[in-house]
Design a protein around this ligand. Structure first.
Ligand code: 2DE
Ligand code: MG
Ligand code: MG
Ligand code: MG
Length: 320
């Protein structure tokens, strides 16, 4: 089943959010509008807004309140991608040139800041102080995660815990908080919004592990961004950690540094794929998914819960 078919009952609300996103980035500066719109129109899975809406369904659902959280979360995600593509020197995102490639790094930095500021504007519509605390704290964690990732580049003495802590910060928390804030904004009580947070956290962990696997196994065409770029950039992800349990792989991987040729890298990537590293990574992704599904069991039954389950399962199997 296609992703958007799983929540077709939300179609009108998702369409509304898409329009709001367009309106949100409209600026008096044509350059800011153009650059932001360029990324927005490249599409994306819109996982965070969808999770916001679904989580809000566990409370007093009012789209005119919830939409602000959904728009804010997608904008924060977008802003972080604009900055990320500067940091990672990425040329392609969602099948289109990145803002930094189409314009330049300076334009990209300010476009990211601009989109980020816009997200805060949407959050001001939410009166729960707690929601703002949670969001601010999450963004702090995302920044720490990104800094840690830079520090950990080409470091082969790191362990599984280092990796898991990093992906928690860079990806899982924002997905977790999408669920939690959607719920808080519609008055859901603590016991439930904490469960939704945990559900989003586990799905987010599984999601990033899959992203890191796809970087090895998928193609630029499918991903809309170059494959194989993690190792090329020195990012030690889960498949690399598992592959290093193999003596020969370990020897070759630990020699990788900034000077390693692209050709040698491609060989190493193929070697990693020939070990059991990909399979083991899938297994860990699945374990997180199972944890997410287990949390769902403790939530009230209904269409929303079923949709969360379908999306979680889809995320574990996705190809892009
Ligand atoms: C993408 O990771 C991670 C994005 C988080 C970036 C966060 C920044 C700080 P990847 P892909 C820059 C926060 C900034 C804000 C909120 C404005 O693995 O493979 O590089 O998609 O992702 O490039
Ligand atoms: Mg990147
Ligand atoms: Mg990055
Ligand atoms: Mg990636």
């Amino acid at each position: 089943m296609k992703l958007n078919m799983m929540y077709s009952f939300l179609k009108a609300d998702i369409d509304l959010i898409e329009k709001e996103l367009e309106a949100a980035i409209e600026s008096h500066s044509p350059l800011l509008s153009e650059a932001s719109l360029h990324l927005l129109q490249a599409g994306g899975k819109r996982i965070r807004p969808v999770f916001v809406l679904l989580a809000a369904k566990f409370g007093e659902y009012d789209i005119h309140i919830t939409k602000n959280v959904a728009v804010a979360l997608e904008l924060i995600h977008m802003a972080s991608l604009v900055h990320d593509d500067v940091i990672d020197d990425a040329e392609l995102r969602r099948g289109k040139p990145t803002i930094k490639a189409k314009w330049d790094n300076r334009i990209a930095m300010y476009t990211g800041d601009y989109i980020f500021a816009k997200s805060l504007e949407y959050m001001t519509k939410i009166e729960h102080v707690e929601a703002h605390k949670i969001l601010a704290n999450t963004i702090v964690e995302v920044c720490i995660g990104e800094i840690e990732q830079i520090k950990d580049k080409y470091r082969y003495d790191q362990n599984l815990r280092d990796y898991l802590r990093r992906i928690k910060r860079k990806t899982a928390l924002l997905i977790a908080v999408s669920c939690q804030l959607g719920a808080i904004a519609s008055g859901v009580d603590e016991q439930i919004h904490k469960k939704l947070f945990l559900f989003g956290y586990y799905v987010g962990m599984s999601f990033q592990i899959t992203d890191d696997i796809l970087d090895f196994t998928s193609t630029e065409k499918e991903l809309g961004k170059p494959a194989g770029s993690d190792l090329l950039q020195g990012n030690v992800t889960l498949p690399v950690l598992y592959a290093m349990k193999n003596e020969e792989a370990r020897t070759r991987i630990t020699l990788v540094n900034e000077e390693t040729s692209k050709e040698e890298m491609l060989h190493i990537i193929e070697f990693i794929k020939s070990t059991d590293a990909i399979e083991k990574s899938h297994a860990l992704s699945q374990r997180y998914l199972d944890k997410a599904l287990h949390i769902l069991e403790g939530l009230p039954n209904g269409r929303t819960k079923k949709t969360f389950r379908d999306i979680a399962n889809y995320i574990g199997k996705r190809k892009y």
